[in-house]
Design a protein. Structure first.
Length: 599
């Protein structure tokens, strides 16, 4: 039954119901906060993020969310939750939406028009989603760009703040308590009429591919498109296999005979590419160092393993392509009890770091890592996907995984290598993440890591402990010490940890620098900064960090942050925020209330 949104309910209740209807209760949602060209991504349960989202909205950030589940990129989407369109005008469009045979589940009023959503049952595929988006856009003359699976849409009940002094409230104005089977919507739009079928499939294919598939010399494309598994199995005759980790599954599938799978008549020479109208044979099959078979076309530039070939032929996601290939090649993914336990530990950690319980029980740890919780959550997700066997463990039987900082930077959607490295160092200091020393890594794993790095990136081995009472109590004590010693992320380094926490902690956080001494140059810089600081404090009663750096000359802030905690302790100094009384006492005329270093 249609309801015009009841404004007796709070905006919070309306939005929570909207998100619960799309994603389910307490679901992980991908948000993006955008102001000009700056993007801040937030991943988590809405109730845990709402205060941060509201603050950013007030600061001029427009708040968006990814409607479908899985990630920020089309290839990461693993669940279709809803169809949506963006109508850029309000002229008679609301009546047109509501007059449609299958009216939208929600209509959201934006500054320039409407966003309409059709909530879907769980059986929708990416292929159906893309076809239906094209049909809806054509039917309602909606924005042709708003149609991809990972599309960002404005979050209702927040303000559109193109002009921060003139915000426009984006609000839900219609709610139909109904959910659709996507096939019914396609049928209602005439998407399955025989005369139109070819046209719409061409539209759908052109979204992923510049041109429709050409079948020259490739006899299995139609079988793959139609997902005719049994017929392909008759041809390929696969032998059933079992694996207990994802990497082995990927490795096995990528080694399969691509010529046989695609039905290519290949004699070792070039053949006509199936992805473009190839008059002169320009495609070939390459074999990589790790025996993966790679389709490569010198004409259109397509390059990919059997997984990318299926993605392209079926126009589907990586998740669906892998599921299809496992079925074709009779690959059974069977986890051991140990793997299930390790994944359960990681999943419980992920739940905990997004919960109110974390903030209530361990407030100092939460305060310290709050800006970086998304990174810790993403690293957990990566670790979960790379739980191998009992041979891949640290001394405490925690599952190992390895990655370069550069790769973690990428999956966390960060842009600064140093900042990412510093955050991982903080998690390690607190004991929320473990780094392994070289001598702790089994030889066969070390060889794998070296091959993985290919000489370009330094690979680090990690493990994640269960966030038990003892682990979290230790983290809380470290967070308190961090605060007491006036440590900051700007000073994060081997030297700062060594000066404030000692050799053992410094070697734990930076195992590759184990037992390294502070260089003579850094000692000279520290002595110079110390002298400038003490001279100011004893001369005028206080010093600010800005003044110290100005007098000290060509020394950056990071050098000062490295030594600050140690110097404060050594001379019994304190670092306090200036207030009105202190500004009057020391005749400080500057605006604001800086931190003062004083006796």
């Amino acid at each position: 039954m249609m309801q015009i949104a009841n404004f007796i309910e709070t905006k919070e209740e309306i939005l929570r119901e909207f998100l619960n209807n799309i994603f389910g209760e307490n679901a992980i949602i991908n948000f993006s906060c955008i102001r000009d060209k700056k993007v801040i991504k937030k991943i988590g349960i809405y109730d845990n993020l709402k205060n941060e989202l509201k603050r950013l909205n007030k600061e001029g950030y427009n708040i968006y969310f990814v409607v479908n589940s899985g990630g920020y990129k089309d290839k990461e989407i693993n669940k279709i939750n809803a169809l949506f369109i963006d109508i850029d005008t309000k002229e008679n469009k609301l009546n047109e939406l509501m007059a449609f045979n299958l009216p939208p589940s929600y209509v959201v009023e934006t500054k320039n028009g409407y966003h309409a959503y059709w909530l879907l049952n769980d059986n929708a595929t990416v292929e159906e989603f893309k076809l239906c988006e094209e049909l809806l856009i054509n039917y309602f003359n909606a924005d042709k760009q708003v149609k991809n699976p990972a599309r960002l849409m404005r979050l209702p009940e927040y303000n559109h703040v193109k002009e921060i002094d003139n915000p426009y409230p984006v609000k839900i104005i219609v709610h139909n308590n109904i959910r659709y089977d996507i096939k019914h919507i396609i049928e209602a739009l005439g998407g399955f009429r025989k005369t139109d079928k070819k046209k719409y499939i061409t539209i759908y294919q052109s979204y992923e591919n510049p041109e429709p598939l050409i079948y020259k010399g490739c006899s299995h494309v139609e079988l793959i498109q139609s997902k005719n598994i049994s017929k392909l199995q008759e041809i390929i005759n696969p032998v059933p296999v079992k694996f207990n980790n994802h990497d082995d599954v990927y490795n096995y599938l990528k080694k399969q005979d691509l010529m046989q799978f695609l039905g290519i008549n290949y004699n070792g020479k070039m053949f006509n590419c199936i992805f473009h109208d190839d008059e002169n044979p320009s495609a070939t099959i390459l074999i990589s160092e790790n025996e993966h078979q790679i389709y490569y076309c010198f004409g259109c530039g397509f390059k990919g393993t059997i997984i990318q070939c299926v993605e392209r032929i079926q126009g589907t996601t990586r998740v669906d392509a892998l599921r299809y290939l496992r079925a074709v090649y009779k690959v059974e993914y069977e986890e051991t009890e140990w793997q299930k336990k390790q994944k359960a530990i990681i999943e419980e950690n992920m739940r905990f770091i997004l919960s109110n319980e974390f903030q209530e029980l361990y407030p100092e740890t939460y305060r310290l890592i709050k800006p970086y919780i998304n990174d810790l959550y993403v690293i957990h997700g990566y670790a979960k996907e790379h739980v191998y066997t009992e041979n891949f463990t640290d001394n405490s039987n925690n599952a190992l995984f390895f990655a370069s900082i550069k790769y973690l930077l990428k999956i966390c959607n960060r842009f600064c290598y140093q900042n990412t490295n510093d955050r991982i160092a903080l998690f390690t200091l607190l004991g929320l993440l473990n780094k392994l020393k070289k001598e702790q890594i089994p030889d066969f794993l070390l060889k794998n890591a070296i091959r993985y790095a290919k000489g370009k990136n330094t690979v680090t081995f990690f493990s994640i402990p269960s966030y038990t009472y003892n682990v979290m109590t230790n983290a809380e004590e470290k967070a308190k010490l961090w605060k007491e010693k006036n440590c900051t992320m700007k000073g994060m380094s081997y030297e700062m940890i060594l000066r404030n926490f000692g050799y053992d902690e410094a070697n734990k956080v930076y195992p590759q620098m184990q037992a390294k001494e502070i260089t003579s140059k850094n000692k000279e810089i520290a002595m110079h900064l110390e002298k400038v600081m003490l001279n100011m404090v004893y001369t005028k009663g206080y010093a600010t960090e800005k003044e110290i750096l100005a007098v000290a000359g060509k020394i950056n802030e990071r050098n000062l942050k490295k030594i600050l905690g140690e110097v404060l302790k050594k001379y019994g100094l304190k670092r306090v925020r200036a207030n009105k009384e202190l500004k009057e006492k020391f005749y400080i005329k500057d605006k604001g209330y800086p931190y003062l270093i004083m006796l």
